[in-house]
Ligand binder design. Structure first.
Ligand SMILES: NC(=O)c1ccc[n+]([C@@H]2O[C@H](COP(=O)([O-])OP(=O)(O)OC[C@H]3O[C@@H](n4cnc5c(N)ncnc54)[C@H](OP(=O)(O)O)[C@@H]3O)[C@@H](O)[C@H]2O)c1
Length: 295
C-alpha cells in the first residue's frame, strides 16, 4: 500500500457513467485531475472513460453496484491500490419512480432510500474526515428542485432529495474554515435517461417544465463547488420553480403537484385495480390537455 503522502488526488464520481455525473466528470478531467468513475454498467463506463481519454484526461473506472454492503470499502480499496485519494466526491448516482406509493413495488421504492440516501451518506461520511485532515477538497451532492417540497406520486424521490439537501447544507455549515466544501446541486429537469427510467417524462409537470442540458448543470456545479457555494441551482426555470414552491401554501401546492404528476390513465391508489379516471369519474386532466395542445 502507498504511503498517504505519496497518494495523488482524484475526483470520484459515483454515477459517473452517464447523465449529470458523466458531465461533471468531463468538466473535472478538463481541470487536469484524475477522475474515477463508479457505476454498474461496464459498457457505459468504458464509453464515458473513452470520452475523457480522447480529451486528454486521466480516468479510472470501477464497475460496482452501490447497493452492495461493502461498496464504499471497495471504492476506498480501489483508490489506495491505484495510489489515489478521494479529493472530491461527486454523489450523482440516484433514481426515482413516478406512481402511487401504495402501488409501486416496495423493494424498488426502498431502493431509492438505499441509493439516494444510504449510499450517499455512507460515502460522504467515509471520505470527509480525510478531506478535513488534509484541509482540502469536498463533496458535490446531487439534490433537485424536488428537495424543496413533498412530491405526491413521486413521494420517495422527493423525500430522498429533501434529505440530500438538508444533510449537505448542514455539513457545509459545519465545515466552515476547514478548507472543505459540501455543495448541494439542485437542478430542475435535465435531459438524461433519468426522466425516461423514472417515468417522470410521462407526467404533465415534466412536460411543462423546460429541460436543461447535463453539461450546463455540470459547468455550474463544478464552478459553484470551486467557489465554495452551499447550494447551486442551475438555470432560471429551476430558480423560479423553487420560488413558486416556497410561496404557495401546502394546501394548494401538494394537490397541484399531485395533479401534474398523476396521469388519469394511472391505476387508482385505492387498490380497486381500476384506472384513476374510472374510479374518480374525472375527465382527462386539464393539465394533460394543456400539454397536448402545446404538442
Ligand atoms: N435528470 C434529471 O432531471 C435530474 C434532475 C434533478 C436531479 N437529478 C439527480 O441527479 C443525479 C444524476 O441523475 P442523472 O439524470 O444523471 O441520472 P442517469 O442518467 O440515470 O444516471 C445515473 C447514474 O447513476 C448510476 N447508478 C444508478 N444506480 C446505481 C447503482 N445501484 N450503483 C452504482 N451506480 C448506479 C448509473 O449507472 P448504472 O445504471 O450503469 O449503474 C448512472 O451512471 C441523480 O441523483 C438524480 O436524482 C436528476
Amino acid at each position: 500500500m502507498t504511503a498517504e503522502s505519496e497518494l495523488r488526488p482524484a475526483v470520484v464520481v459515483v454515477g459517473g457513467s452517464r447523465g449529470i455525473g458523466k458531465a461533471i466528470a468531463d468538466v473535472a478531467a478538463r481541470d487536469g485531475v484524475a477522475v474515477v468513475l463508479v457505476a454498474r454498467s461496464p459498457d457505459d463506463l468504458a464509453a464515458a472513460a473513452d470520452d475523457i481519454l480522447t480529451a486528454g484526461g486521466e480516468v479510472f473506472t470501477v464497475a460496482l453496484d452501490l447497493l452492495t454492503d461493502d461498496a464504499a470499502v471497495q471504492i476506498e480499496s480501489f483508490l489506495s491500490a491505484n495510489g489515489l485519494f478521494c479529493d472530491v466526491l461527486v454523489n450523482s448516482a440516484g433514481y426515482g419512480l413516478r406512481g402511487s406509493a401504495t402501488l409501486l413495488p416496495v423493494g424498488d421504492q426502498v431502493g431509492i432510500v438505499d441509493l439516494n440516501i444510504r449510499a450517499l451518506t455512507d460515502l460522504t461520511l467515509r471520505f470527509l474526515p480525510g478531506m478535513v485532515a488534509r484541509g482540502r477538497g469536498g463533496v458535490i451532492n446531487l439534490g433537485s428542485v424536488a428537495s424543496f417540497t413533498p412530491g405526491p406520486y413521486m413521494a420517495l424521490y422527493y423525500a430522498s432529495k429533501g434529505f440530500v439537501r438538508s444533510f449537505s447544507e448542514a455539513l457545509h455549515q459545519e465545515l466552515q474554515r476547514t478548507g472543505v466544501t459540501v455543495t448541494c446541486v439542485a437542478p430542475g429537469p435535465v435531459s438524461t435517461e433519468f426522466l425516461e427510467r423514472s417515468g417522470a417524462n410521462r407526467a404533465a409537470l415534466f412536460k411543462v417544465l423546460p429541460k436543461v442540458d447535463s453539461h450546463y448543470v455540470a459547468e455550474r456545479a463544478w464552478r459553484g463547488f470551486k467557489s465554495g457555494r452551499r447550494l447551486v441551482i442551475p438555470g432560471i426555470s429551476a430558480k423560479l420553480a423553487i420560488v413558486v414552491t416556497s410561496l404557495l401554501p401546502s394546501a394548494i401546492l401538494l394537490p397541484l403537484i399531485g395533479r401534474l404528476q398523476r396521469r388519469s390513465n394511472d391505476p387508482c391508489p385505492c387498490g380497486s385495480g381500476k384506472k384513476y379516471k374510472a374510479c374518480h369519474g374525472v375527465r382527462r386532466g386539464s393539465a394533460e390537455r394543456v400539454v397536448s395542445k402545446r404538442g
